[in-house]
Design a protein around this ligand. Sequence first.
Ligand code: PLP
Length: 273
Amino acid sequence: LPTAAPGQTPVRVMTIAGSDSGGGAGIQADLRTFALLGLHGTVALTAATVQNSLGVTGFHEIPPEVVAAQVRSVVSDIGVSAAKTGMLASAPIITAVTEVCTELGIGGNGAIPLVVDPVCASMHGDRLLALEALDTLRERLFPIATVVTPNLDEVRLLTGVEVTDPASQRDAARALYDLGPKWVLVKGGHLRSSAQSPDLLFDGSEFGEFTHERIDTGHDHGAGDTLAAATVCALAHGYPVPDAITFAKRWVTCGLQAAYPLGAGHGPVNPLW
Ligand code: PLP
């Protein structure tokens, strides 16, 4: 991606997401990717998780009106060219985020692309979104998303479709598309039966496949966040969605290849170009 000359203001992007105290996922992963790619990252914090390499033991939610106020404050002064959502924790936060994004032209038919990474749980199975918030996610936020990027566990929670092969992955993409986003990326990294990590992109008419050999590092904490963050960076530079996904897939693949051990559990992806 192009970078600003020293002293020049870089392209600005925003993450609306939770903090990972272990520094691997969440806003920490997003800001790492934004900075490494030469963009200026801004944050609307939704929750502070209590987390290390072994898992999430709790989280504290930010009041919904404070989440919305962070977005409004940044956009009115610093500006954003693209944004993403990650952990949103609760239905009231999802509602506040949907309303402030609509007000500011983020997502929907506005000029600012919005990547919705529908974070529901950590890789250890710790819940990061209240179950009763799934309806709000589907009914409020999905219709204004430029692209949604669920993994297969999130696909099952959101659509009831159990993806086991290419045909069911297409069914899942259609079901998600019917919820209103402009594009759907069904990430296949959790398809354990495959030696590949097949991601499927759908815009309501055509399917695009992005496949890479599975990289089993044991250290892939924050991989989903990193993919969505790199997508936001490419969209902010004006890439069309398929090109942004191609770029982001390469970025996260490099991150998996350079992932490192940390603590006694799972280490983070380490994006290096
Ligand atoms: N913690 C936060 C704040 C996150 O946003 C996420 C994922 O988006 C996670 C933890 C879980 O990451 P992983 O599934 O890579 O463990």
